[in-house]
Design a protein around this ligand. Structure first.
Ligand code: ATP
Ligand code: MG
Length: 321
């Protein structure tokens, strides 16, 4: 029987994200180098084959929530000019005996080469620990079923010729045999000072901060994830747009207080100084108010003055390092 059209069968297992929707993440140096190394290797496939090697095709991204694992996977697929199929565990895992394994079979078949599948994609498994957790010895049906899922996954990963990226917040929960099937294990940490400054600048656009005030704010956000930094910046902009209309006090302190009360870090991830000290943090009084537009800030450093509007698509093409 001819399989379903790929677009419909792959999308029944998750979200198909196209290259032109990808956003370029702001990465720390070690991750940037790992990414560049991988891409260079992929683009040098022909030369590698000539010496009996092939480019690595499987990577695990592990790190805290909101550090950009999904963003990076999507970006990487875009650099390869391929759609990213972000597999949703709830669309694959089923309680009926054997059904999860059959779903995995259908997924890998659909993601495979023609004529069975319909050409290359990057398969992305988010929350990978839900599918690939450590196998346990146990006689209960649920345990046997989970073990069988990992066995199926091992076989299908091994036989699959395309790119696979898996992401997890819990690297230590993954089955060791699964871990070994991946040739790269890239740890994504929370951003450092330089990356925090760039992330804040990006998401504050079209507003901007003078470099001293940006540096102070970024320092007070130490341990914050990119996701939290984005939420913080977007909350400021949202307040600036709607605050006046709903009659809020739009002074600096009142605005920052509202934002810190509505956007906060996950309790497990540590509290950046800005949230611990609140309005007493010195970075708050260093924010010029009313918040200036970036183009009006005289000493925005060139490096930080990305003219990228949040959400704007960064065009990426195959072969672009
Ligand atoms: N390195 C980055 N540069 C710029 N923006 C980022 C970066 N990392 C994350 N973001 C932004 O933070 C948000 C969360 O990112 P993402 O979903 O990629 O994180 P994640 O690590 O996959 O999280 P989870 O573990 O919860 O799945 C996104 O809106 C993304 O735009
Ligand atoms: Mg994610």
């Amino acid at each position: 029987m001819r399989p379903l059209h790929r677009a419909s069968s792959l999308s029944s297992f998750g979200d198909v994200l196209n290259p032109d929707e990808a956003q370029e993440p702001i990465l720390a140096r070690p991750v940037r180098s790992a990414l560049l190394e991988w891409l260079t290797e992929i683009w040098a496939e022909k030369e590698l084959v000539e010496v009996g090697l092939s480019p690595r095709r499987r990577a695990i991204f592990h790190g805290a929530p909101g550090t950009g694992k999904t963003t990076l996977a999507h970006h990487l697929a875009a650099r390869l000019g391929l759609p990213l199929v972000a597999v949703r565990p709830d669309r694959v895992i089923e309680c009926w005996l054997g059904q999860t394994g059959r779903n995995l079979g259908g997924l890998f078949d659909a993601a495979g080469p023609e004529p069975v599948g319909e050409g290359p994609v990057v398969l992305f498994f988010d929350e990978f620990e839900a599918l690939a957790g450590k196998r346990v010895s146990g006689a209960r049906n649920a345990e046997q079923e989970r073990n069988a899922t990992v066995d199926t996954l091992l076989q299908r990963i091994e036989a699959h010729d395309g790119y696979i990226i898996a992401a997890t917040n819990y690297a230590d929960h993954l089955d060791p045999a699964i871990w070994r099937r991946f040739d790269m294990h890239i740890r994504i940490d929370v951003p450092g000072q330089e990356e925090r400054e760039r992330i804040l600048s990006r998401y504050l656009m079209p507003y901007g901060l003078p470099s001293r005030s940006l540096a102070a704010l970024a320092e007070s956000c130490e341990t914050a994830s990119p996701a939290l930094l984005r939420q913080f910046c977007e909350a400021i902009k949202r307040n600036l747009v709607i605050g006046g209309r709903v009659g809020w006090d739009m002074g600096r302190e009142a605005t920052i207080r509202r934002i810190l009360a509505s956007v906060s870090p996950h309790p497990d991830l540590g509290k950046p100084a800005l949230w611990a000290r609140g309005l007493d943090d010195r970075a708050v009084e260093m924010i010029p108010w009313p918040l200036p537009y970036a183009e009006d800030v005289v000493d925005v450093s060139v490096e930080h003055a990305e003219r990228v509007v949040p959400g704007e698509v960064v065009p990426l093409r195959r072969g672009q390092p």
